[in-house]
Design a binder for this molecule. Structure first.
Ligand code: BEZ
Ligand code: FE
Length: 290
């Protein structure tokens, strides 16, 4: 009697073949990641019954993204952000117990100047004054020595220096070496909500999907210290518009902070500002490496 082998669908057979084609990569992690990527992309094609026209539209989207991408502008990174991929990578790589991480975004500059702790970044520009201070601590709440913060934000007109030729390229950004007790402080302005760039294929996708294009107001901060896992994060003022509909899904519990009126005359005098100004305080917690 003829025996029949268990049926393997044509789609499963193709998926196995493609996964297997990566199995001999010299880096086993490459084999694993590419195999899984093939598996899940195939499952997406099968489940959505993707048509040839839709697949071509996808390729056209990628081609247009490549055409608009430059040193200053990365449409693929924006696509990753608006698809929540950047945020999902943050969530799955979050070390236990540390401050949540959030998206880096396109406006970070490696060449920010090291400024003295307690610097005034406002330099006469418009905007509500915010005294931003805090500490960098470990999982036990102990101060971390030799920590550094790298800070950047948008100006009162909602723009980053890279978007605004009228701003000094170093406006509202700096690095600060924290004190031995982990503390830091600086004077800055209140940040503002703004839209992600919408003049490329991602903008067209957001429009076609009737999706919000705004991000809530935020400060960007990278916190680093030797022996600790570096932290790329953002802080969002409580009450900011778009907190519950950030188009890049960067808002996490624990990153929304109060900007409170402060009447501290000594601080006002040090910065030459009137009271009340706004105060925002935050403790960054870094996880130990390895
Ligand atoms: C930003 O926070 O600056 C940003 C993040 C993701 C995409 C676009 C902008
Ligand atoms: Fe930003």
């Amino acid at each position: 009697m003829q025996t029949t082998s268990p049926a393997v669908s044509k789609t499963d057979a193709l998926t196995s073949e493609v996964m297997q084609s990566f199995a001999h990569a010299t880096d086993p992690r490459l084999a694993q990641v590419m195999g899984l990527l093939a598996k899940h992309l195939h499952a997406f094609v099968v489940e959505s019954k993707l048509t040839k026209e839709e697949w071509l539209r996808g390729l056209t989207f990628l081609t247009a993204s490549a055409a608009i991408t430059s040193e200053e502008r990365n449409e693929f990174s924006l696509f990753s952000d608006i698809m929540g991929i950047s945020s999902m990578v943050d969530v799955v790589s979050q070390p236990e117990g540390g401050t949540p991480s959030s998206v880096l975004g396109p406006f970070h500059n490696h060449d920010s100047r090291l400024r003295a702790n307690g610097s005034d970044l406002t330099e006469g520009q418009a905007g509500d004054r915010v005294w931003f201070h805090g500490r960098v601590v470990d999982a036990d709440g102990q101060p971390i020595q030799n920590a550094q913060i790298d800070f950047w934000q948008n100006a009162d007109n909602g723009l980053y220096p890279a978007q605004d030729p009228d701003q000094d390229p170093h406006n509202l950004r700096c690095k600060i070496a924290c004190e031995a007790n982990g503390s830091f402080n600086l004077l800055t302005i209140r940040p503002h909500p703004y839209t992600v760039p919408t003049d490329g294929p991602v903008g067209a996708l957001l429009a076609a999907s009737q999706r919000n294009i705004w991000r809530p107001a935020h400060y960007h901060v990278i916190v680093s210290a030797s022996g600790y896992v570096g932290l790329v994060t953002e802080l969002f003022p409580e009450g900011s518009a778009y907190l519950t509909e950030d188009t890049v899904f960067g808002v996490r519990p624990g990153l929304v902070v109060d900007f409170k009126p402060c009447h501290d005359a000594a601080v006002a005098q040090r910065f030459g500002i009137a009271t009340p100004f706004l105060e925002m305080s935050f403790e960054f917690c870094l996880a130990k490496q390895g």
